[in-house]
Write a protein that binds this ligand. Sequence first.
Ligand code: IDP
Length: 139
Amino acid sequence: MKGNITFTMIKPDAVADGNTGAILNRIEGAGFRIVAMKKTLLSKADAEKFYAIHRERPFFGELVEYMTSGPIVAAILEKENAVEDFRKLIGATDPAKAEEGTIRKMFAKSIAANAIHGSDSDENAQIEANFFFSVRERY
Ligand code: IDP
């Protein structure tokens, strides 16, 4: 069965550039409901834990540095088929390869500073949502 929630972060470059509102507008416009949301600054330990799966990748240090370079906006989103539909809405990891009209095509600067995160599976959506939000923060 397809899950109904996904997790997103508007990444430091997009928040710093003042694109939070425009990105949230596209997310809601695509039919996602915001279940929980917060603006926060990741510590190095937070970023290392969140991206632990990429620990051995050559870009890991760069990724942690970037994700801790400024505040992010984290949110849980609800929609039928949330994970897959949200990945379509944000587009490919590398904005040069992202389709027209996707959030990364519109707002990402590079493969590293790519504006937004979206969970890649229902299981990871739950893990990532639980990393940031308690049950009492979800409405
Ligand atoms: P995804 O965010 O589209 O799921 P992943 O492969 O899971 O892509 O990579 C996680 C994040 O790591 C990307 O969103 C991007 O910020 C960063 N990243 C991925 N590949 C590279 C790279 O080759 N150089 C620098 N950063 C990268």
